[in-house]
Design a binder for this molecule. Structure first.
Ligand code: PEP
Length: 251
């Protein structure tokens, strides 16, 4: 059966000192609470190794926000899948809308990144979602289908145990606008139907599909209660231990 997952994407926030203290605040705040989901945090790359040390002894997992598609070589400023694996990071976020918008990551690059991550046995949180103009034009299902078909829907079925999907409508990221629980469920059910059509029931039933876009303590429970929503990718609210814990315990 698929896992429930709450993942905090800290983006380009927090120094090493702040990272350490946020992890410890989350650990403290989760102490004694029963959680019904995997809890993932994604600090900026320079703080990953420190985060891996800080989460020792807890159930929290550390996730990278990005990696390069090449195995190694002359790519100044970049980091490889092997480097992540070597410091104990087992999961990487790929395809976040900010990477697509500000760093030109297109389907071709993301296909290479996903394949390199999987070759190195990393789990991938693959993000995708429509722009506001796509939704207003009623084109959101087509956009999402094409983002999935062009990158992940041609992967071998056996690789899907290493893929988590994160539907993030771009109009809801960091805007305070949230898809309604019904809009999220409608899209997640559509995504699961694509998995079903492509791979059959077993893959479709076992892939976790997260929702991302202004999830807060006030709306998490209702969004997570939807049948095909298996958790959230949380930006802003994950930078506050109390809010993040409230979202984690919304399951
Ligand atoms: C995100 O960046 O993945 C995200 C969902 O951000 P926020 O929760 O701030 O909308």
């Amino acid at each position: 059966m698929r896992n429930n997952i709450v993942a905090g994407n800290w983006k380009m926030n927090h120094t090493a000192t702040q990272t350490k203290s946020l992890i410890n605040d989350i650990k403290e705040s989760l102490e004694g609470k029963s959680t019904h989901c995997r809890v993932l945090v994604s600090p900026t790359i320079i703080n990953l190794a420190l985060a891996v040390q800080e989460i020792q002894g807890s159930a929290i997992e550390v996730v990278a926000q990005n990696m390069h598609q090449a195995k190694k070589g002359a790519y100044t400023g970049e980091i490889s899948a092997e480097m992540l694996e070597d410091i104990g990071v087992n999961t990487v976020i790929l395809g976040h809308s900010e990477r697509r918008t500000y760093f030109g990551e297109d389907n071709a690059i993301l296909t290479e990144k996903v394949s390199m991550a999987l070759e190195n046995n990393l789990e991938v949180i693959f993000c995708f979602g429509e722009l506001l103009e796509d939704r207003l034009a009623q084109n959101h299902f087509n956009v999402v289908e094409s983002q999935l078909k062009n990158v992940v829907l041609n992967l071998d079925a056996t690789l899907w145990k290493k893929i988590i999907l994160a539907y993030e409508p771009v109009w809801a990221i960091g805007t305070g606008e949230t898809a309604s629980p019904e809009q999220a469920q409608e899209m997640h059910a559509f995504i699961r139907s694509l998995l079903y059509k492509t791979y059959g029931k077993s893959v479709a039933d076992n892939v976790s599909i997260l929702y991302g876009g202004s999830v807060k303590p006030a709306n998490a429970k209702e969004i997570f209660s939807k049948e095909d929503v298996d958790g959230g990718l949380i930006g802003g609210a994950s930078l506050n231990a109390t809010d993040f814990t409230a979202i984690v315990t919304a399951f």
